[in-house]
Design a protein around this ligand. Structure first.
Ligand code: ATP
Ligand code: MG
Ligand code: MG
Length: 348
């Protein structure tokens, strides 16, 4: 049988491995850290750094297709892997999603709405950007941000010096603050044959920059629901994408505004594990191995809630609840802000 290589050993890699096993595949994880969530369930764990060229070559030669669970795979590593094994989704999706400015340029080039933005590489750039776009605004590092890390909010021009200091000199982007009524995301997939399928959009609530919960069905008009799916398909086709993609959207009176895209399975798609015959993890494995896309029709109302840090102390009570499926990531240390697991509650 074939072996699927997964770059990254977190919970997304873990759940991809489980899905791959259900379809009869073996998985190999490439991850520098030991005792990572994915290594507990995968068949092989290559524990090496992304700078280790021999390890990368060895890994690529021992698997049939390579995918990833995080978008910040170093380009130098991709250059090596690329020569030996197909990488799906392809490198263009990574190149674009690794930099917030390239991503926003790409999205606006497709005719999609994004927040007003300016590149910021100095305090003076930020002053000009606030002058042009106005406050409130959000300053974000262009690269490596997740869970709201590497971000500073500006409520007025008085916050400029403090906000720029938080970026520590890193290339950044300032975005106008979008006054949205709520946030939704579309998890969509594209197969090797170019066919596209989208899961029903989910409604997301963030706390402190971290996803707290996703609810389906989302509050959307029929037009907004159709638009969200069409724009996801637009992005997938433009990238000649293979695999699952997450698209985060702001719902506003001016229509849907794209916040960001993630070229991978997405936290806001975890509800599909209990809400669909084929969940986002199986859909991704199907896509990258050339299977037909599966049936992702939603058959239940679901609320997914992340278990973050101390939330795991609620487990004994959650375990007794009706209609609740518990997913734990096998992380030994509880830390504030750390995603320890999630629950899917069937609500209808
Ligand atoms: P993720 O873990 O989703 O990758 P991230 O660190 O990349 O998070 P963003 O998605 O850019 O961060 O922002 C996190 C949250 O902050 C958003 O979901 C939204 O609630 C809020 N936010 C970000 N940008 C804006 C904006 N321009 N206007 C209003 N709110 C915003
Ligand atoms: Mg992000
Ligand atoms: Mg986000």
């Amino acid at each position: 049988g074939s072996v699927i290589g997964i770059l990254g050993g977190g919970q997304l890699g873990r759940m991809l491995s489980v899905a791959a096993a259900r379809l009869g595949y073996k998985t190999a994880i490439f991850e520098p850290g030991s005792d990572c969530p994915a290594s507990h369930v995968a068949n092989f764990h290559m524990r090496a750094e992304y700078e280790d060229e021999a390890a990368l070559r060895n890994f690529a030669e021992s698997v049939d297709v390579i995918t990833y669970e995080f978008e910040n795979v170093p380009t130098s590593a991709l250059d090596i892997l690329d020569l030996l094994c197909p990488i799906r989704p392809g490198r263009e999706a990574l190149r674009i999603s690794q930099d917030r400015i390239i991503e926003k340029d790409f999205l606006s080039g497709l005719g999609l709405q994004v927040a007003p933005y300016r590149a910021v590489n100095s305090e003076n750039d930020l002053r000009v950007a606030v002058d042009e776009i106005g406050a409130p605004a959000i300053l974000k590092t262009c690269r490596f941000g997740y869970d709201g890390k590497g971000q500073a909010r500006l409520s007025s021009p008085d916050d400029i010096a403090q906000a720029w200091a938080i970026m520590k000199g890193a290339p950044s982007v300032m975005e106008g603050f979008v006054s949205f009524s709520h946030e939704v995301s579309v998890i969509a997939a594209r197969g090797l044959d170019g066919s596209v399928a989208a899961f029903d959009p989910g409604e997301n609530v963030h706390e402190g920059g971290i996803l707290r919960r996703t609810t389906v069905p989302a509050t959307l008009t029929a037009t907004e629901r159709a638009d969200s799916v069409l724009l996801a398909a637009n992005i997938l086709n433009a990238l000649d994408y293979v695999g699952v993609l997450g698209v985060e959207l702001f719902v506003t009176r001016q229509g849907l505004i794209v916040n960001e895209i993630a070229p991978r399975v997405h936290n806001s798609g975890h509800w599909t594990q209990q809400g669909c015959a084929v969940d986002q993890f199986e859909q991704h494995i199907r896509a990258i191995t050339g299977w037909p896309l599966g049936d992702g029709t939603r058959h239940a109302d679901v609320m997914m809630e992340n278990l973050i840090g101390d939330d795991v102390t609620r487990l004994p009570d959650l375990a007794k609840e009706q209609g609740v499926a518990i997913h734990l990531y096998g992380k030994a240390d509880v830390k504030p802000g750390r995603k320890m697991g999630h629950v899917n509650r069937i609500t209808g």
